[in-house]
Design a protein around this ligand. Structure first.
Ligand code: MG
Length: 209
């Protein structure tokens, strides 16, 4: 069984501007967010959660603020990069849950579009991405309207692809292929059969059919 959990948090302070970008959605507002990139705290927290699940450092390591390439960058490219790293390492998103904390602007009308954009960049069903907007009851820096915070948790599971096979004979190999095909067909992920790093087909496994 191969699953990985990751957590990310990001904060940006308000500054001059006329909009904020959250979850890839441009939202008109009387202020902007101070940042080297577009200041998308939702995507930054999500990226940190994905990278954290893979133990690959954080977003600042992959996209240093000192690098002029990321000046005013669209953070969606960061998310697509992190999603590619997840796939490259044989994983897929099981689900993501994100909480955004601010008093204003009001985010509820934008949450569905955020979910769609995030899912699009990750390459997963919208149902696997949750975005929740909350306030901190006027307490702390978010409560005083000084900035926006986002928290993200992700669960990754190994992609359901066939693992290297070491069957004793053709019948065993055939049974394995049939079983994997049936599982994919039924969309029943059995990650323990899929992670080439941790599990090989065990012909002698008494639990095997
Ligand atoms: Mg950030």
């Amino acid at each position: 069984m191969s699953m990985r959990i990751g957590h990310g948090i990001d904060v940006h302070a308000f500054g001059p501007g006329d909009h904020v970008t959250l979850g890839g959605v441009r939202i008109a507002y009387e202020k902007g967010l101070l940042a080297h990139s577009d200041g998308d705290v939702v995507i930054h927290a999500l990226c940190d959660a994905l990278l954290g699940a893979l133990a690959l450092g954080d977003i600042g390591h992959h996209f240093p603020p000192s690098d002029p390439r990321w000046k005013d960058a669209d953070s969606r490219q960061f998310l697509r990069h992190c999603a590619a790293l997840v796939a490259e390492r044989g994983f897929m998103l099981a689900n993501a849950d994100i909480s955004v904390v601010c008093e204003r602007p009001r985010l509820a009308p934008h949450v569905e579009l955020m979910r769609q954009r995030l899912a699009q960049d990750i390459g997963c069903p919208v149902a696997d991405v949750s975005v929740k907007a909350t306030t901190s009851e006027k307490l702390g820096f978010t409560g005083r309207g000084e900035g926006i915070a986002a928290h993200a948790v992700v669960l990754l599971q190994a992609r359901p692809v066939a693992a290297p096979v070491q069957a004793r004979d053709d019948a065993e190999l055939h049974a394995f292929v049939e079983r994997v095909a049936a599982e994919v067909e039924a969309n029943v992920a059995r990650p323990e059969d899929a992670d080439p790093d941790t599990v090989q087909w065990q012909a002698q496994d008494k639990h095997a059919p």
